[in-house]
Design a binder for this molecule. Structure first.
Ligand code: FAD
Length: 261
């Protein structure tokens, strides 16, 4: 199988650097082909702007830059920046995507968010399929990346209890929902439960070895682990066109949890 690991940490000698090296070796030893997009090492351009389209000079005659429509124009006409097109080719090539990052301010580092914003072009990751009064496109379980698997590897300074059901930071599942549901499930990925390392300030050789053991088991099970059962948009569970969950489905649930079967 082909695995794309998109990795966002500025220091190769960090915990994240070690876990990235471990993951690549574990997957390759199991016979998988791995490509790594090491965003800091690539000096990845994080900001989405008018330079992302190669025909910008011909579109400078007073036309305003429209982030979505210019993205669609560049995608449909083969005018995207080469760095964007290359990452899209890697996503098409991959059977599984791993996003690995330290939790920074309750989310992914800005460089990784910028990878998503630029690589997820209009027509590639959104704006896919029929859009009408009866259908809001191919997304949430359908789309360009359907049939592929995705998983997060996240490290966090806080304790596991801080991210528990009543923990001060809010549940980790809620914090990761915009990434797992909004970024990965949206364009079609089957999203596996995340692998999270907590309390990173207290890691010694013994703890590191235990982390490698459990992470290794998750990587070995990449193709058999059951995905998070997010509800597909186009399978009748949502009212059309409001796209609210039908009143008779999990009536006691609201918020993020309602979208998990
Ligand atoms: P490192 O600092 O590189 O390492 C952590 C520990 O692992 C060190 O003790 C190191 O000695 C040890 N280690 C590293 N490699 C090895 C190895 N090969 N063998 C054995 N031991 C090793 N945390 C939260 O919980 N929530 C937040 O919202 C949050 N926001 C943050 C925002 C910013 C801007 C920053 C800088 C940090 C934030 N943190 C937050 C903390 C952050 O999540 C952690 O600092 C990060 O996850 C640690 O990962 P690292 O790769 O940088 O670890």
């Amino acid at each position: 199988m082909n695995v794309l690991l998109v990795y966002a940490h500025p220091e190769p000698r960090s915990l994240n650097g070690s876990l990235k090296d471990f993951s690549v070796k574990r997957l390759e030893d199991a016979g998988h082909v791995v490509q790594v997009s090491d965003l800091y090492a690539m000096n990845w351009k994080a900001s989405l702007d008018a330079d992302d389209s190669m025909d910008r000079p011909t579109r400078q005659s007073g036309m305003r830059f429209d982030p979505a429509l210019d993205s669609r124009h560049a995608f449909e006409n083969g005018l995207q920046s080469r760095d964007i097109a290359l990452e899209q080719e890697k996503l098409i090539w991959a059977d599984a995507l791993i996003l690995q990052f330290p939790l920074w301010w309750f989310s992914m580092p800005a460089i990784l968010k910028g990878w998503v914003e630029r690589v997820y072009a209009y027509g590639f990751a959104y704006g896919v399929g029929e859009h009408s009064d009866a259908r809001w496109g191919d997304r949430y379980g359908e789309g360009t990346l359907a049939g592929k698997r995705a998983m997060l590897i996240v490290t966090a300074g806080g304790w596991e209890s801080h991210y528990g059901p009543r923990g001060i930071n809010g549940p980790m599942d809620d914090i990761l929902f915009p990434i797992q549901h909004g970024i990965l499930y949206y364009p079609g990925f089957d999203v596996l439960p995340p692998y999270v390392v907590y309390r990173t300030g207290r890691i010694d050789e013994a703890k590191f070895s235990g982390i490698c053991d459990s992470l290794g088991q998750r990587l070995d099970a990449l193709w058999k682990t059951a995905p998070i059962p997010f509800r597909p948009q186009n399978a009748g569970e949502y009212e059309i066109p409001e796209l609210t969950l039908r009143a008779d489905i999990s009536p006691e649930q609201s918020g993020f949890a309602a979208h998990i079967a």
